[in-house]
Design a protein around this ligand. Sequence first.
Ligand code: ZN
Ligand code: FE
Length: 754
Amino acid sequence: MPDEICAHAIRVRGVVQGVGFRPFVFRLARANALAGWVLNEEGGVEIHVEGKQAAMEGFLRDLKASAPPAAVITTIEVIPADPLGMHEFTIRASECRGRPAARISPDLPVCSECLSELFDPSNERYLYPYVNCTACGPRYSILLSLPYDRGNTTMQSWAMDTRCSAQYHDPGDRRFHAQPVACADCGPHYRLRAGTETTGIDSVAITRAAQLLTEGKIVAVKGLGGFHLACNATDPTAVNALRERKFRKEKPFALMVRDLDVARGLAKFSRDDESLLVSLARPIVLVPGRKQLDGVAPETDELGIMLPYTPLHYLLFASGAPAALVMTSANRSSEPIAYRDDDAFERLDGIADAFLVGERPIARRVDDSVARAGAVGTMILRRARGYAPGAVAGLRTGRPILAAGADLKNTITLVVDGEAIVSQHIGDLDHYEAFRAFEETIRDLLKMYDLDPTKVMVAHDSHPQYASTGFACGLGERRISVQHHRAHIASVLAEQGEWDRPVLGVAFDGTGYGDDGTIWGGECFAGSLRGGFERVAHLRSAALAGGDAGARDPVLASAGFLSQVGTLPNLCSAPFNFPPRYLRAVQLVEKGVRTFQTTSVGRLFDTVAALLGFTRPMSYEGQAAVWLEHLARQSRQVEALPLPLAGCELDFRGMLESVVQDRVRGREPAAIARAFHRGLAEGLACAAADLCSRFRLNTVVLSGGVFQNELLLEDLRDLMDGSGFEVWTNHAVPPNDGGISLGQAAIASVSHHT
Ligand code: ZN
Ligand code: FE
């Protein structure tokens, strides 16, 4: 009976707080002439709604179908209730009883409505750099504690004036309960600081900063999750000055461009690239460049490009800043990004010519994310702003888990009420500052979710010397040690929610501690998340000389691999021109001193890169592999070099022999690099087919830093398409060590200790 009065109690879970969900429910209920209330509670949003049956159906349909764009609904529970005879619909105050389990929304880019207000001279927020509403603006980066209310954000010290307050309290307004709401009369401001002088406010300061950028100066700009260093990307003098002052030799710089048209002029965007570029996370998107910008991304053909995402960025471009800016994390070399004003002034002194500083404090550092619309789907290479701290997987466990990740590209994962929440990218923990950031992030997230560190189960890498391992061992009583490459494979299965499916897991990687105490990195496993993974094949092992230096210097890394190649020409003469330190590494390998064994595919890449001309130490992690991929892309498809699976060993000897001989014969290095990539892809595809039939498997899982190589993935996709196997890789967390903490958490969630 459509006219009958009925009532429902509804619970909505997911990212539904701080994204305009309650006003949306309010408007929806009123539009359908329903009565009741909506409120935020710890688990999400609770709704009581009553009215005519027909109206109720429309309400329930639209609740999911037309939710605000930033909301991520995981479940809607609808239970019949007794009508209470209510006459209107209201938004009730938050209830706060126990632990806050509601998910925290990632930061959001400024929305189109706020943007039009920003540039509308008749609007009260005309040119105001902190304009925002319930559909946009900062979230995670201003949050001090849950629940998400103004008093728990870094906006707590600004009192709203009457106009802002009226909007904040009006359920029909776009700014109803928009926690950071502010205007130029009552809110924070931006100022420009050069030397000890602070001049200008908001648009005056921004215009001056735009002018400095045009003049070739370097300006530190306070953003959402930290400071950026900005300069004109088309001014090589400025770009090189930035490299010198920041001690960043060759690692590519990211760009922020004025709009999509500028982006399209600089690089080739597929439709998928563009949708990633304009997505709510607004990541840095890696795309093939159209032209080389001097000094921006040396020796790769990719550019990292992002669009403006805060009102300030839009104002900067509108005030005449160069249309393409280098926008790089404000720090020296690989320190964590600066996010506190005083710290930024101190650390960036001598790097930045001026500071464009906003008054609103940043609660925690959140770097820009890096992503690619890859050959096998979206790949996140650095997961931070716009994604963190979103949940990436549901784990079937009620127990809280803290996974400490790996020491490189560290992230941590917290499992709360069965949801895996992955932190923002933290960095390489061998830097003292990054290690402190790691400790801070653990404390921060445990506090946010009100978890007792002594009661959580702690998962960590099995490497005894990892700083993250050491820290984890000082935490809880219940600990589980997880082998690095099994964690890589588990991260993919956790994303897929596959607990029992038996798979062939292929982890190709730089460095990870193996079961036998050697350094692994070319591993094949058979098994499932719940049943465990047995190592069934691996790259043939080689000696690695020089410890950590060996991992940073392809010439050193090559000594052990090449010692297994039959006859070698003198590599210290042309065309190889290895430096004399190669001979010292050869001696270490021959005597077996200060060497360890490795099965790392990353080091195999380094060896081939050295043979093809990369004979200097790397200035950033993975550089030789990036260089080799770039080189290979300059050649058309060629025949593959051999990489046979002999027993349980992928044998690289024939492959390296061919590289050496081809080079001596004068073959183009680009063609050799291409043949190496193809060989790795074919070798892997054949080995996978072989192992899958041996162990009766039909799913292949790929993870580990090597799979950031897009050319390798393209080749693998071509080879394995139509092979009858399902091929899975990471999409929500990085295939590099940024995904390790999720894999650790997944393995901990099914371990017998739980
Ligand atoms: Zn907005
Ligand atoms: Fe790894």
